[in-house]
Design a protein around this ligand. Structure first.
Ligand code: 5GP
Ligand code: ZN
Length: 114
């Protein structure tokens, strides 16, 4: 647990979040400022500051987060598609420095992203 980290505080139950999914390695909850009709954050229980810090030892965890995203998308019937995003660092638009996967769906997405 990183005491300065918002998502560590959510994981510790210090800040409330509606856990739509939880397992040994991760939780998922709705984004407080949704950018699409469906917008979940999938957050590993281990504090890893950023995708930029990923090492070979994180392979299993990172793969797991994508499978959780796929399961959530299926459970929410995002049959027309969706987008998964990992904002990374300043240029990537990352604002919370605890790695997380955004799952966005329920509307067409644009490319290139902003
Ligand atoms: P980032 O910008 O780092 O990729 O994503 C951080 C996300 O966390 C943002 O989309 C923001 O809306 C969301 N967020 C920030 N604070 C809270 C909070 O207290 N609760 C929830 N559920 N989401 C939050
Ligand atoms: Zn954290």
């Amino acid at each position: 647990m990183n005491t300065d980290c918002l998502f560590c505080k959510i994981l510790a139950g210090e800040i409330p979040a509606n856990r739509v999914y939880e397992d040994e390695y991760s939780i998922a909850f709705p984004d407080i400022n949704p950018q699409a009709p469906t917008h979940f954050l999938i957050v590993p229980k281990e504090h890893l500051a950023s995708q930029a810090k990923a090492l070979v030892e994180h392979e299993q965890l990172l793969g797991h987060l994508l499978v959780v995203a796929a399961n959530l998308a299926r459970s929410r019937k995002l049959d027309k598609g969706y987008r998964v995003v990992i904002n990374t660092g300043e240029d990537g638009g990352q604002t919370v420095h605890h790695l997380h996967v955004h799952l966005l769906g329920g509307r067409p997405m644009h490319w290139p992203p902003g």
